[in-house]
Design a protein around this ligand. Structure first.
Ligand SMILES: [Zn+2]
Ligand SMILES: [Zn+2]
Length: 177
């Protein structure tokens, strides 16, 4: 089974291959990269953020239109919220095979730190692999270095490695057995 990653046109083009490769490395699955001019719904004017759940409805629509069977991840630049959270790095809806991540809070610029392309690519790769992991049936992991650990902060995201822990790796292998 392959994974499809849709890149909204606002995401810097240089990120696509490096992030796609990181996700392939973590999940050991082939990744197809698609560029799209995505209509992003769910803007909340008081929060100045986008409702990730509304965006997932759009992802499902695109998934159907493209005839994708496997998991689909959309990457956007829009700052996301979901449910009771102030923000989310991403959101997955396993029952539909759709997920979204935002690079808004993965970029050093958001924290007034010096730009670093590798930081951004590493974080987007980890978050993307995490959400696709949910689409493949993986749950959150208690190992703080595992991709499936749920980070509450950027520091916790940075502490994760670009890999699954042995137990999540085994759980993923079992999906394909
Ligand atoms: Zn998660
Ligand atoms: Zn794990």
């Amino acid at each position: 089974m392959g994974v499809t990653i849709i890149w909204d046109h606002q995401v810097p083009a240089g990120l696509r291959l490096p992030v796609g490769r990181r996700i392939e490395t973590v999940l050991r699955l082939p990744v197809t990269l698609v560029d799209a001019d995505v209509l992003i719904n769910g803007f909340h004017p008081e929060r100045n953020q986008y409702d990730a759940a509304a965006i997932l409805d759009r992802v499902l629509f695109m998934k159907g239109r493209m005839g994708c069977r496997g998991p689909v991840l959309l990457v956007v630049t829009h700052d996301l919220y979901a449910g009771g959270c102030d923000f989310v790095f991403g959101l997955a809806r396993p029952q539909t095979g759709c997920a979204v991540i935002s690079i808004a809070r993965l970029d050093n610029a958001f924290y007034r730190r010096e730009d670093d392309f590798d930081d951004l690519a590493d974080r987007a790769g980890k978050e993307g692999a995490h959400e696709i992991g949910h689409l493949l049936g993986l749950e959150h992991c208690t190992d703080p270095e595992c991709v499936m650990f749920k980070p509450a902060t950027l520091a916790e995201l940075d502490r994760k490695k670009t890999m699954l822990c042995p137990s999540c790796r085994a759980a993923l292998a079992a999906v394909f057995r």
